[in-house]
Each structure stands twice: as structure tokens, then as C-alpha cells.
Write a protein that binds this ligand. Structure first.
Ligand SMILES: *[C@@H]1O[C@H](CO)[C@@H](O)[C@H](O)[C@H]1NC(C)=O
Ligand SMILES: *[C@@H]1O[C@H](CO)[C@@H](O)[C@H](O)[C@H]1NC(C)=O
Ligand SMILES: *[C@@H]1O[C@H](CO)[C@@H](O)[C@H](O)[C@H]1NC(C)=O
Ligand SMILES: *[C@@H]1O[C@H](CO)[C@@H](O)[C@H](O)[C@H]1NC(C)=O
Ligand SMILES: *[C@@H]1O[C@H](CO)[C@@H](O)[C@H](O)[C@H]1NC(C)=O
Ligand SMILES: *[C@@H]1O[C@H](CO)[C@@H](O)[C@H](O)[C@H]1NC(C)=O
Ligand SMILES: *[C@@H]1O[C@H](CO)[C@@H](O)[C@H](O)[C@H]1NC(C)=O
Length: 408
């Protein structure tokens, strides 16, 4: 039934598929000159094949791409390129500059997985501080929340998470930023701890942070038959992950003045929610009341994925689907169930391990970064084939696909 509906929609919209906008066999970086390039290579601080893009953000025709330090030799964890240049495989420019990304310099950025941009021209990212995750894991610096002024290209804040925010095995890769309209100082960041199953909340105004725990932050070992939710099968590679709370998306402000944070575990197929004001409260401990967190619905088999984002104009929530090489959507005005959770795009070449998703406000397009991570984890990247893709589609088409033949 589900696939019939999907096919019917596809037929109507023939020609409106996801377009590959950028792709790389291996990413290249911009260096001041060859002397510097050779210096980085000689010191082992630049090993080209270990640079795998993962996170994505867009601000005024500038695209930001993160490169996590999974292995040694990542040149820069934060990079940008201009979307105005007509390049199919753009060279990455370290952001804000190369020195700020030099892992040997005292205060540098180390390892950021995803960044999010707020309405106040600020980019937020959680720096995990660790190098060579898949090899000889090295803690270079404590976990810090980094906030950058995009107009000045300047780091505004580096906030070290408190000991009470994290646990011994904590790992934070995703975050969302909540800013009330016109009140940049009242911003909050919600960061998901996927390995110790919690949320860390940071208040810009208080310059303080706190941790929130809940059962819903855990991974789901049982649901998702025929495959277990922790079991992945991606283009022939099989592995098991126990990642908990990961993909978060923030609703627009509803008529009653509140926003809702939607979240799910990476290894899970259920979507949950919590009103943002529950997270923002650090005094009366509302987050300790179990029933302040809600089950939104279940998405069906093979719907695991790391990132999601809500289009505030349509209230459609988009999700990366790692077990299905695609993008799914849910029109939030209808109940969430496996029939209303729809696969709107699938591609076994350009959408393998879709990692991150971003909406470009200006062009009204959705962008997806896919990186074939399953190959990298098995150590079998082929630098001669195209491994990394940034694809896009206009939101108008997606909205139509997501709503067409809807069962309501
Ligand atoms: C290369 O760039 C670095 C950093 O900008 C600079 O210090 C150095 O003088 C340059 N070297 C050459 C040979 O241009
Ligand atoms: C990186 O930082 C270290 C420490 O400050 C410095 O010695 C080194 O020259 C820097 N590397 C480059 C290539 O600039
Ligand atoms: C997106 O655009 C809307 C208006 O078109 C604006 O209000 C909003 O702040 C923008 N969001 C971001 C993150 O820039
Ligand atoms: C925020 O708090 C940290 C200590 O946790 C402090 O080092 C930093 O200076 C503070 N920043 C601001 C802007 O107050
Ligand atoms: C505010 O409205 C949203 C959307 O209708 C709803 O989900 C939420 O529960 C409401 N919050 C409060 C505090 O009433
Ligand atoms: C809540 O945050 C305020 C401001 O950072 C702080 O003074 C207070 O101690 C916090 N309360 C609790 C219960 O942590
Ligand atoms: C893509 O791969 C999935 C299995 O991973 C398969 O079910 C689907 O039919 C494939 N699609 C195409 C167009 O080959």
C-alpha cells in the first residue's frame, strides 16, 4: 500500500528528483600556499583520505561543511565554500580560518559534527574535543559549545560543558538552537548526548548549562521488526549501533506561544516530543516529571536516522533515513504513523548514509549531505569513486510529495 502511494506520487512529479549539486571523490582544502600544505602533510596533521564531510549548514549563499576527526589527519573540522562559485567539487576553506582549526594550536576547534545557524547570524556547534575516534582516541580538549558570529567571522563564545552536564562516555553530535523572535540574548541550545542518553541545555543569557535525563533518550532494542532498531544494513554493510537520542527538530512557535522539541534515537523508530519550556526551566525541575515528555508516534520498520528538520512554513518534518538510502517526511498536522511517515526520496548512489539535512531559507530548498560512512568505518573507501554527495530539491516539490494522497 505504502509503496503504491509512493509510486503514484512519483509518477505525477516525474522530473522532480533530488539533484546532485556537489560531489567529491575526496575533499580538497584551500591552503595559503604549498609550503603550509607540505608542512601539514609532513607533520601528519593532514592525511587527505581521512577527511570525510558530515555536517551541513547554509547562510546567505555560503555553505558550511563539518569534517569530524574520526581518524588522524583531518585538516579542519569546520569549513565553508561559496555557493555562487560554479564548482561541482568545491575546495573547502577552513572556517573561520586555518589557524583556528590547527589542532596543535592552544585554543583551536577540534571536532565538530554538526552546526546550526540561528536567526541572529550566529553558528552554533558542539566541539567534542576528541581526535582519532576510530583509532587511538585522544582527548585534546573538554567538550565546548562554540558560537560564531557569521558577519564578523569571529568566535563569540567557547563554553566548556560542566562536569554535571556529561557522563564518562558522553558524546554529543547534534544540537538545535531556540531563539525567540528578535531576542537574540534569550537563546537556548539543546544538545543530544547519544551515548549516555541525555540532553544538555545551554542558556545564552545565563551562560549556564544543565543536563536532562529521560527514558525516551535511550535506544530501542526491540521495535522495528523485521530488523532490530539497532541493526543497520546499508548497501551491503551490516553493523549494530546503540546510539540513543540524536535527531532533534524544533517546531515553529505555536499560537499558545510555545515551541515543541521533537526528538528520536538514532537506533529507534519512535518519535517523541517535549515542550521547550520544560527544557528551559532549571529551577523547578519540570523535566523530572516523566509525563512532560510525550510519545508522538511510530515511523515503521527501517526508519532509523540521525538528522531531522522542520520546515516552519509548512510544518513538514524531514528525516534522513540511513537504512533506506533516502529522505522521509511527516506532515505534522496529521497523526504520525507508518502510513503518514513517507519516503519522499531514495537513491542508492547519491543518498547512501544521508547524514545531515538543511533548509536554505532564501531559495526554499532542502539540502542533504550523504557520505557513505559505512565504507569508511570498514576502512574500504575507494578514492577513485564519488563518495560524498550534496543533493537538493525545492521544498515546494517535497511539500507536494509529502502531502499527496495523504490518508486524511
Ligand atoms: C605561506 O603562508 C604562510 C601563512 O600565511 C606565510 O607565513 C608564509 O610566508 C607563506 N610562505 C610563502 C613561501 O609564501
Ligand atoms: C599549528 O600550531 C602549532 C602550535 O601553535 C604551530 O607550531 C604550527 O606551526 C601550526 N601549524 C601550522 C601549519 O601553522
Ligand atoms: C528564515 O526566513 C524567515 C523569513 O523569511 C526569517 O524570519 C527567519 O529568521 C529566517 N531564519 C533563519 C534561520 O535565518
Ligand atoms: C561563561 O561562563 C564561563 C564559565 O563557565 C566563563 O569562563 C565565561 O567567561 C562566561 N562567558 C560569558 C560571556 O560570561
Ligand atoms: C501549544 O500548542 C501546541 C500545538 O497545538 C501543542 O502541541 C502544545 O501542547 C501546546 N502547549 C501548551 C503548553 O498548551
Ligand atoms: C539555574 O540557573 C541559575 C542561573 O544560571 C543558577 O543561578 C541556579 O543555581 C540554577 N538552578 C539550579 C537548580 O541549578
Ligand atoms: C535501492 O536499494 C534498496 C535496498 O537497500 C532496494 O530495496 C531498492 O529496490 C533499491 N532501489 C533501486 C532503484 O535500485
Amino acid at each position: 500500500m505504502f509503496y503504491l502511494l509512493f509510486l503514484a506520487c512519483s509518477t505525477i512529479t516525474t522530473g522532480h528528483t533530488l539533484n546532485t549539486v556537489y560531489s567529491w571523490k575526496q575533499v580538497e582544502f584551500k591552503f595559503p600556499n604549498d609550503t603550509v600544505r607540505n608542512e601539514y602533510k609532513a607533520s601528519g596533521n593532514y592525511i587527505p583520505e581521512n577527511n570525510v564531510p558530515l555536517g551541513l549548514a547554509i547562510w546567505h549563499n555560503k555553505m558550511f561543511v563539518t569534517v569530524p576527526r574520526w581518524k588522524k589527519g583531518v585538516l579542519a573540522t569546520l569549513n565553508s565554500f561559496s555557493m555562487s562559485d560554479d564548482e561541482h567539487s568545491p575546495v573547502l576553506t577552513p572556517y573561520p580560518d586555518l589557524e583556528a582549526n590547527n589542532i596543535s594550536s592552544p585554543d583551536s576547534l577540534v571536532n565538530i559534527f554538526r552546526v546550526r545557524i540561528d536567526a541572529c547570524d550566529r553558528m552554533w556547534g558542539l566541539d567534542t574535543g576528541v581526535n582519532d575516534i576510530l583509532g587511538d582516541l585522544e582527548v585534546v580538549r573538554p567538550m565546548r559549545l562554540i558560537v560564531i558570529d557569521l558577519k564578523m567571522n569571529k568566535i563569540l563564545r567557547q563554553y566548556t560543558l560542566k562536569d554535571t552536564d556529561i557522563k564518562p562516555e558522553s558524546f554529543i553530535a547534534d544540537l538545535v538552537v531556540d531563539v525567540p523572535p528578535g531576542q537574540c540574548d534569550k537563546a537556548y541550545a539543546y544538545m543530544s548526548d547519544l551515548t549516555e542518553y541525555g540532553l544538555v541545555v545551554y542558556s545564552w543569557e545565563k551562560n549556564d548549562s544543565w543536563r536532562i535525563n529521560h527514558h525516551f533518550f535511550h535506544f530501542d532494542p526491540l521495535n522495528g521488526n523485521p530488523l532490530l532498531a539497532g541493526d543497520y544494513s546499508i548497501s551491503g554493510y551490516n553493523f549494530q549501533w546503540t546510539d540513543g537520542v540524536f535527531g532533534m527538530s524544533l517546531s515553529p512557535i505555536y499560537a499558545n506561544g510555545s515551541r515543541i522539541l521533537y526528538f528520536h534515537s538514532m537506533s529507534g523508530i519512535t518519535e517523541f516530543s517535549v515542550p521547550a519550556d520544560i527544557l528551559q526551566d532549571n529551577e523547578s525541575k519540570k523535566s523530572e516529571i516523566y509525563n512532560n515528555f510525550h510519545i508522538v508516534g511510530t515511523k515503521g520498520p527501517l526508519t532509523q536516522g540521525p538528522s531531522s528538520i522542520i520546515d516552519p512554513e509548512t510544518c513538514i518534518n524531514y528525516f534522513t533515513q540511513v537504512n533506506r538510502n533516502g529522505i522521509a517526511c511527516w506532515d505534522m498536522t496529521v497523526e504520525l504513523n507508518p502510513e503518514t511517515f513517507k519516503l519522499v526520496a531514495q537513491d542508492n548512489t547519491t543518498l547512501v548514509f544521508p547524514q545531515d539535512i538543511a533548509i536554505d531559507n532564501e531559495s526554499r530548498k532542502l539540502y542533504v549531505l550523504s557520505n557513505n560512512l559505512q565504507k569508511f568505518m570498514q576502512g574500504s573507501f575507494d578514492p577513485l569513486t564519488t563518495n560524498f554527495f550534496i543533493t537538493s530539491i525545492d521544498l515546494e516539490t517535497l511539500t507536494f510529495l509529502c502531502r499527496c494522497n495523504a490518508a486524511y
